[in-house]
Design a protein. Sequence first.
Length: 159
Amino acid sequence: MSRAGRKPLPKAIHELNGNPSKINFEKLKEPEPTVYSDSPDPPKWLDEIAKEEWMRVSPELSRLKILTESDYTALEAYCKTYSRWKTAEKEMDRIESTVFKAGKNNYIQQLPQVAIAQKYLKLCQDFMTEFGLTPSSRGRMRLPSEEDGYDEMDKLLKG
């Protein structure tokens, strides 16, 4: 049975977003995940397109301290989903159409690759939003700066 309401966000995402919900992090009981400081190598089982996508996004996720050990499987799934979407799109480009004639009456039917591409693009968008890889999700993030951790009184006292 699913729970009502929005999915809870991890502490790191709250911090990147500037903590708009004003969560008290001292009271928040959340295990500290192992954050990758360097981009991990892609899994050997991924195809070439998926590996290329892994090498494109994982360094940035590691740099932003978003990629943790527990996110590894989600990143694998995203890269494989991306590969399947791109493969379906390439097939439609190769055929140079999104429809074909079928049956005795030559009725026009949509290529299966159209539905496949749409399905995997939607899944890619969901993963990209989770990882902050879209402009709107990235725009809600606030990267740590030197002034983080200081309140207005600290700024006044330290000049």
